[in-house]
Design a protein around this ligand. Structure first.
Ligand SMILES: C[S@@+](CC[C@H](N)C(=O)[O-])C[C@H]1O[C@@H](n2cnc3c(N)ncnc32)[C@H](O)[C@@H]1O
Length: 168
């Protein structure tokens, strides 16, 4: 559904509607999530990898706060929109239209994020692949932050450290 041209256009409209919690969380939840993420990082300027970045709602806030952001998403529609927005707003964000299961970054990022419970939809083999990709993409003491649902459908956020904590 993410890559189908027709559906992905409808999904984009849903993502960028700040008042609904479907493709992306509501705007104020996104802002609070970014605040929380940054409060868990001590570096002032980080290289951040936003996996499954969608239309770049988190990437943009992170870039506005002075971080260098790389966004990866499989949806061409979302990446094209995100790219245009970043250019319009003159933000330091590079977007790549590719699967996060096929990443090729090495030792580059202080922080990687995967937000809106995407880890939970991956099968065990894909989870292993994305964790390996993230491990390779992070600098030695980089951090990976992702969220997931528990059995009561409550959202949790998890931090995974590549090396000894805390680097960022
Ligand atoms: C629930 S949305 C969350 C988007 C964004 N993180 C947010 O919260 O605003 C999931 C995103 O992951 C992307 N996605 C799904 N599978 C992917 C894959 N294998 N590689 C990269 N992106 C993927 C979708 O295109 C979609 O933008």
């Amino acid at each position: 559904m993410w890559t189908n041209p027709h559906i992905s256009k409808q999904l984009l409209d849903i993502h960028i509607n700040p008042d609904i919690d479907l493709g992306s969380r509501k705007k104020n939840a996104i802002e609070r999530t970014v605040e929380w993420i940054l409060s868990n990082c001590s570096k002032e300027k980080m290289n951040i990898l936003d996996l499954g970045c969608g239309p770049g709602l988190y990437s943009e806030i992170l870039a506005e706060k002075g971080h260098s952001v790389t966004g990866v998403d499989i949806s061409k529609t979302s990446i094209e929109y995100a790219d245009q927005e970043a250019e319009k707003k003159n933000l330091d964000i590079k977007y790549f239209n590719q699967s996060y299961l096929d990443l090729d970054f090495e030792n580059q990022f202080d922080l990687a994020i995967l937000i809106y419970t995407d880890f939970g939809v991956l099968n065990p083999g894909e989870r292993k692949t994305i964790l390996n990709n993230v491990r390779k993409a992070l600098k030695p003491e980089g951090k990976f932050i992702f969220d997931f649902l528990n059995l009561l459908c409550k959202a949790h956020i998890k931090t995974w450290y590549k090396g000894k904590r805390p680097a960022c």
